[in-house]
Write a protein that binds this ligand. Structure first.
Ligand SMILES: [Zn+2]
Length: 143
């Protein structure tokens, strides 16, 4: 087997993470990535062709885990800040309603980001195979 030069398919992790936090494809940086809308996802990146699940069953468990950690952390931080700002007369019912709403809004707001961030981490841990679709230079080629 002839070794394939894949050095042009390596994107620095910091760049992939920055792109992912902005909801872009971590590999090519395309703003649309594999999303058809805020909640709808296609099968692969519209520009570079990177497959959303990378051919792995259960790939989305990683983004689910990130969503869980991020959103629980946000709610706990919000509870802590709210209690710290209102002590000693903590308006429990008001805080409950506001924070319960936040527990719904935070996951909706961060949902696509958890997918792109997980993809960046996955690409760092499991770089692209030579045969795997995905061309990080697609943006430079104007594809
Ligand atoms: Zn892409």
């Amino acid at each position: 087997m002839v070794p394939v030069d894949t050095t042009d398919r390596i994107v620095p992790f910091a760049r992939m993470l920055r792109r992912a936090v902005l909801r872009c494809c971590p590999l090519c940086g395309d703003r649309r990535a594999w999303f058809d809308g805020w909640f709808a996802q296609g099968e692969s990146c519209v520009r570079c062709g990177l497959r959303r699940t990378r051919g792995v069953d259960g790939h989305e468990l990683g983004s689910l885990t990130i969503a869980l950690v991020v959103n629980v952390s946000l709610v706990i931080a919000a509870v802590g800040i709210a209690v710290a700002l209102t002590v000693p007369d903590v308006p429990v019912l008001k805080l409950y309603v506001i924070l319960a709403s936040a527990a719904v809004v935070f996951p909706l707001a961060t949902w696509p980001l958890t997918h792109t961030v997980w993809m960046a981490i996955d690409l760092r841990v499991r770089p692209l195979d030579p045969d795997e679709p995905g061309d990080p230079t697609a943006d430079r080629l104007g594809a």
